[in-house]
Design a protein around this ligand. Sequence first.
Ligand code: NAP
Length: 306
Amino acid sequence: MTDVIVVGAGPAGLTAALYAARAGKTVRIIDAEGIGGQIAKSPLVENYPGIAKMSGMSFADNLYEQVSALGVEFELSTVLRIEKGENGAHIVITEDGNFECRAVILATGAKHRLLNVPGEDEFQGHGVSYCALCDGAFFKGHPVAVIGGGNTAITDAIYLSELASEVTILHRRDEFRADENLMERAKSIPNIFWLPNVNIEEFQGSGNLTSIRYTDKIDSSEKVLKVDAAFIAIGQVPNNKAFEEMTDLDENGYFVADESGATKTPGVFVAGDCREKSVRQLTTAIGDGANAAVAAWKFINGESPR
Ligand code: NAP
């Protein structure tokens, strides 16, 4: 039996695995999509203490190497549910087999929120994208749009401004929740244009995306923006549905837990963006991973969590 199974190989899950393995526990990480989670898709991270600039991908690769060197095993599969085993053990049921463990850390992260407008599905992979780092290079020299007003949208726009001929940011309000320093940088880039107060109505094209139809919320007029790509960056929704019976979820579907990540099910802990919290950052994900790992190995050892 494995001591700790970590579900999710983003920064929170990898950090949890690192701390649990360094405490002498056997650890297996299970993730359906590979290593790195959302951070692997972030072109530039500039707010990680001690490292002025890094790519999310290189951060995830380094962390994975560090964890692998400790003997942590990795399983590429989807976790379907977790069942009770004997003597307080847990059985993690995946699409490719079952794994028994003493403690589970759920670091399932979150997935892209969809706009749910006509054409979004049809043009996905043909101009509509949720990952500027993955797909930006396909649109070198072309006009593109970024949809959203948070840190992801503005970071994506800054990144894309070096590739695309022009980047137009469409946002549903005239206030942006992105950090001030990112906003200032984006505003200083001459090929970034701003379209606040708009509702996206439709992605249009024939085979590939050619334009976005939107409503200007100030005068209710309908307009069309010609672009070859639209990068949608409107936040995330947590991947927690499969575990809702063993945990408490808040009204947005995030796990409710204290600082240690403990849930209402003994031996089940949560960490990272899948948790209810006010700041979802690389740094907070990592802090969560460490906390959950310490709580998990204390639980296995029968020690008090405090
Ligand atoms: P976010 O902060 O939740 O921002 C989502 C944006 O999309 C908001 O501007 C929101 O508009 C808009 N939006 C949400 N639903 C929408 C809808 N249905 N239609 C149109 N617009 C919609 O998400 P995020 O930017 O992905 O960031 C997630 C977390 O990661 C944040 O904590 C962020 O700070 C962090 N992050 C950090 C970095 C970095 O520091 N390098 C980079 C990326 C992300 P409203 O503002 O009107 O609600």
